[in-house]
Design a protein around this ligand. Structure first.
Ligand SMILES: [Zn+2]
Length: 540
């Protein structure tokens, strides 16, 4: 025992290094608002065990071996450590699986804007210091005596077994930040491979989709997906700033739904859900059941995807496999333009194949952070220094007021773009047309705390209150008296495929009329946002 203490005395720097790598971040989890006391304590205990076991093993190592092993630990832990630390410091959350996965999926442009929005000099300074300090420590380590395994067999076996158990038992290794990071990455890669293969495979097998209202006039259905749009900032939903002057003028012909929520608060999981029949309780339906484009392809529609968000690139997302099923795909994001870039391609799509039924999905960049990049200068209309609309309070400081102005300007521009899409459809889309508009998820904007954005770890009802409206041409609705419009129906866009199928009048074995927003047989079902029941979220 004396010998152990003697060695430990010589290894002060090593002890400090291990404490730094294994315990600083777990102790900072106390800051995380998305963890319960139980979860934080569990993380701390597991990491203390890991720290002590590695420290015991280090007693058996020569300083040279130690330096090599610590350098490896440093290399693998520093990137995840920096990311987790950054989020803990600026967002006060410990990243959860879903968000770690989206780190591997987000396109670089989006990440850049996100960083620009949240970074400040303190975060940069803190994170740089965090990364450099342990490298200096490894360099400064001095040689010390070591124990022999032969004489301390028991101690060695206990320490080694503990380390191996923590690394290889999944429910425990989840608590060690860098193990969690790499495990998530590997399982994400395996999942995407499996899904891509499964979905491609399924296309080879027959699946009957029938068209119940086929007639000589072709119909065109347009689905426009917005981004990070809160209905609380829309004039269409009663916001006092005139952010929807153009769509409000069409108010009589728009059916504005008031109780629609998304299945998640991040783009990727939302898109995965709304494009498929995948369900909260049956995620395997993502592969097993057909998705939106596939159903419409099989129903004889010509299908289009026009997107101002990137897809299909080397940093592809896990829903690219669904988007790529569209027969005509246009990724306009590389042009780096505002959303009106979609109009030209949309007009072309309307003119193409005039005798065919069409499904056209338009994915906008909408109101995504940073808001000031989302509109051209002529839409910079709202300015609090002029209208004194926003009053500062505990969570709205004078610094954030311009951000709210910018968000409202981006809504004003979105009003212009969506109105233009609708006008183009009315003018060039033929007689039987319809348009469904909604946002993937909403956005919190200093509503009750000093926070703007959307993050599952900080989920609030404000991130879920999305706009959803429908426009249907006269010829379309005259032909379809089975379509029911009740804008107060409680709905989740998780069931979107059923509603669009219903609108098109296509039928297939998995179609469930109770889940279509437009069906006379509609039945409200339990709505989940991630793993939260919507009712529980609003009750909080
Ligand atoms: Zn989004």
């Amino acid at each position: 025992m004396n010998k152990i203490f003697e060695i430990l005395k010589q290894k002060k720097l090593q002890i400090f290094f291990l404490f730094y790598i294994f315990l600083v971040l777990p102790f900072l989890c106390i800051l995380a608002q998305n963890l319960s006391i139980f979860e934080t304590s569990f993380i701390i205990i597991i990491n203390i065990l890991l720290f002590l076991s590695v420290l015991l093993l280090s007693l058996f190592m020569s300083t040279k071996t130690e330096k090599i092993i610590y350098s490896i630990i440093l290399v693998i832990s520093i990137l995840p450590g920096t990311i987790f630390l950054g989020y803990l410091l600026f967002a006060k959350v410990l990243l959860e699986q879903n968000s770690i996965t989206s780190l591997f999926e987000t396109n670089p442009e989006e990440s850049k804007e996100f960083l620009v929005y949240y970074l400040n000099s303190w975060v940069v300074l803190g994170v740089s210091f965090y990364a450099i300090l342990p490298a200096v420590m490894v360099g400064l380590m001095r040689s010390a005596k070591s124990l022999t395994i032969r004489k301390h067999k028991k101690l060695f076996i206990i320490a080694l077994t503990t380390v191996l158990a923590i690394v290889f038992i999944p429910n425990i290794s989840k608590s060690v930040y860098f193990l969690n990071f790499y495990r998530t990455y590997i399982s994400y890669k395996i999942r995407v491979k499996k899904e891509t293969w499964g979905i491609a495979e399924r296309q080879k097998h027959p699946y009957e989709v029938s068209n119940m209202y086929a007639d000589s006039i072709p119909q065109t259905i347009v689905v426009v997906i917005g981004e990070s749009q809160s209905k609380k900032h829309m004039q269409l939903y009663g916001y006092e700033r005139k952010t929807n002057p153009l769509l409000s003028a069409k108010n009589d012909s728009l059916h504005i739904y008031t109780d629609v929520v998304p299945p998640q608060v991040h783009t990727i999981p939302v898109m995965r859900s709304i494009l498929t029949l995948g369900e909260h309780d049956c995620p395997e339906f993502f592969i097993e059941k057909p998705s939106l484009f596939e159903l419409f392809n099989r129903a004889g529609y010509t299908t289009y995807l026009i997107s101002n968000q990137s897809f299909g690139g080397p940093l592809g997302t896990s829903y690219d496999v669904l988007l790529n099923l569209a027969q005509h795909k246009y990724d306009l994001s590389s042009e780096n333009k505002h959303d009106e870039v979609v109009l030209k391609t949309f007009t072309k799509a309307l003119k193409k194949a005039p005798a065919n039924n069409k499904l056209i999905v338009i994915h906008l960049i909408g109101n995504h952070m940073a808001y000031k990049f989302r509109y051209p200068p002529q839409f910079a209309k709202f300015d609090n220094t002029k209208d004194d609309f926003i009053k500062p309070n505990n969570f709205i400081s004078n610094q954030v007021i311009p951000v709210i102005d910018e968000y409202d300007n981006s809504i004003l521009y979105n009003d212009y773009v969506v109105n233009k899409i609708l006008d183009t459809l009315i003018e060039k889309g033929g007689a039987k047309t319809s348009l469904v508009y909604f946002s993937d998820h909403a956005e919190e904007l200093y509503n009750y705390r000093n926070f703007a954005g959307h993050a599952y770890e900080k989920i609030s009802p404000y991130m879920c209150e999305i706009p959803f409206f429908v426009w249907i041409s006269e010829r379309f609705s005259n032909n379809r008296n089975d379509i029911v419009i009740e804008p107060s129906r409680p709905y989740s866009t998780a069931d979107l495929v059923y509603s669009i199928s219903n609108l098109a009048g296509i039928d297939y074995i998995d179609y469930d009329k109770k889940r279509s927003l437009f069906s006379p047989d509609f039945k409200p079902s339990e709505r989940y946002v991630g793993s939260h029941l919507w009712e529980d979220l609003i009750a909080r």
